[in-house]
Design a protein around this ligand. Sequence first.
Ligand SMILES: *Cc1c(COP(=O)(O)O)cnc(C)c1O
Length: 454
Amino acid sequence: MTSNNPQTREWQALSNDHHLAPFSDFKQLKEKGPRIITTAKGVYLWDSEGNKILDGMAGLWCVAIGYGRDELADAAAKQMKELPYYNLFFQTAHPPVLELSKAIADIAPEGMNHVFFTGSGSEGNDTMLRMVRHYWAIKGQPNKKTIISRVNGYHGSTVAGASLGGMTYMHEQGDLPIPGIVHIPQPYWFGEGGDMSPEEFGVWAANQLEEKILEIGVDNVGAFIAEPIQGAGGVIVPPESYWPRIKEILAKYDILFVADEVICGFGRTGEWFGSDFYDLKPDMMTIAKGLTSGYIPMGGLIVRDEVVAVLNEGGDFNHGFTYSGHPVAAAVALENIRIMRDEKIIERVHAETAPYLQKRLRELNDHPLVGEVRGVGLLGAIELVQDKATRARYVGKGVGMICRQFCFDNGLIMRAVGDTMIIAPPLVISHAEIDELVAKARKCLDLTLSALQG
Ligand SMILES: *Cc1c(COP(=O)(O)O)cnc(C)c1O
């Protein structure tokens, strides 16, 4: 990268000398040097070279209300001055965490009125695993320990989170998954549906849950966890037959259902939660990301009343974090939810921007590189292929990474999961900004195709 700003080199040197970046090849990053993001406003980022970039990923799926909202900074500052920290252990509480618990109960699906707070989504899923096992132990069924999850699902990067997730490249490092977590196939028709129709494949993929329950024995299964739409796995929107069949299976067997709403929650689908979008009735929902619009770390687990009633009979739950329900994070989350409500941000996604984005994105279907465009709400995926009819990929070309680099260089953040390009812009994106996003995406598809042919 040519540099106009001598400070860029200095920052890159600090990165090389002192920083270990998450999900990165340390050595490769040293050779290339990171792009330094310095400021942001609305849906745009600026880097240290002065480049303006449309953030098609809302940071990491989290900056729901957009960058630069002073109200959140003010809420944090006010809370820091009043009470910067106090814990919730040992029979204490503080107003922000209580008000936030109520605000979340108000927007959560009916019958889900309690929240356990954590510092992140991963910690939310760790909490889930411990709470599920504690729940069944209280009910006198301590063998119901196994959690069923899905291949290519993403549930975080702690030991439990990475184990629950179905990313083999994560399992390979550190001898994961831990015992008591098993995976079933994902409902990824485009990649794995073969000759089946999407609807046939959706039923097949859902039936894998029943087969796994029967294989392990329902007396050994504690819960099934799934994202309503797999995010980091490549914005996998399941076929329409999938969730109805899963719901039938869940109704048949006595296991808990956990919806990981870390991406789908807080408006991403045009509803408050992905579980509202698909009419799922989860027993627990993991939340993070959009909860604070990423302005400050916070996660949690929303728990159904019937489950809480059982937990109430179990004595101490020996689990918690120093920063569970942190007052500053809670104040920011409250303000974030207030803005979403007062400005009717989710209503607007539902009625206006989601339909518009989905329509504009699908115009890319005519591009020779594009095998499928799919999406829901403000989530989208573009499958890059060599042959549209057979869905065959370019082999060994790293097409997704080529496209991602063109996007970066042309002022658009679009992420690549293999050869699937994905987007999840801030919920406040306007129609004009959607036009810009799609125009840039098309330009980068053209550049990628030329590079492949050249
Ligand atoms: C990001 C993510 C997590 C993990 O959240 P962290 O805050 O990074 O720990 C869990 N589940 C899903 C679906 C996610 O997208």
